[in-house]
Design a protein around this ligand. Structure first.
Ligand code: FES
Length: 171
């Protein structure tokens, strides 16, 4: 008797990455909003990142199959957007703004205080996998610089002394 595949094999990439059916459905819905499937690429990448925390190589292949484009095309979009993570990151992402207003109001001190408190520099992840610290362009909180964002929460102005209490809220 012929076996019925439990999932669409076109959505399964190599080395075991499996696109969650809900994620594939969300991608197909996004594709429906555009004339060209490629236009849904950034949303597709975000969908994978929301579930996995980052976008592994095999997810690039899986997304490409859903969009009907080449993996290089998806890779190009993933590389262009700095907030699409192509390697594992911490459970919480700290984005510290290094744009002009925050630069003038204490970015250097805030970056150094974060580094001292967390024991990592920009672009690094704490050994316990709790935080990844990244620079970012303007967060839109310029009147409250220096500003930072933890996951979806924007804070500013943030002083070095605020950090212990602030970070405590993110386990
Ligand atoms: S310059 Fe930092 S939030 Fe705008």
């Amino acid at each position: 008797m012929e076996q019925t595949p439990v999932t669409d094999p076109n959505t399964i990439a190599t080395d075991g990455f499996r696109l969650h059916p809900d994620d594939e459905a969300a991608m197909r819905e996004e594709i429906g909003h555009f004339e060209q499937p490629q236009a849904a690429c950034i949303e597709a990448l975000k969908i994978v990142q929301r579930r996995h925390g980052w976008v592994p190589d095999d997810a690039i292949t899986a997304i490409a199959r859903v969009l009907g484009v080449g993996p290089a095309s998806v890779e190009g979009v993933a590389t262009f957007y700095s907030l699409i993570f192509r390697q594992p990151v911490g459970r919480h992402i700290i984005l510290v703004c290094d744009s002009s207003s925050c630069f003038l109001t204490g970015f250097d001190q805030l970056r150094d205080a974060l580094g001292e408190h967390l024991g990592i520099g920009l672009g690094e992840t704490t050994a316990d996998g709790r935080f990844t610290l990244l620079p970012v362009c303007c967060l839109g909180a310029c009147d409250g610089g220096p500003a930072l964002m933890i996951d979806d929460d924007v804070y500013g102005p943030v002083a070095a002394g605020d950090l212990p209490d602030l970070l405590e809220g993110y386990s």
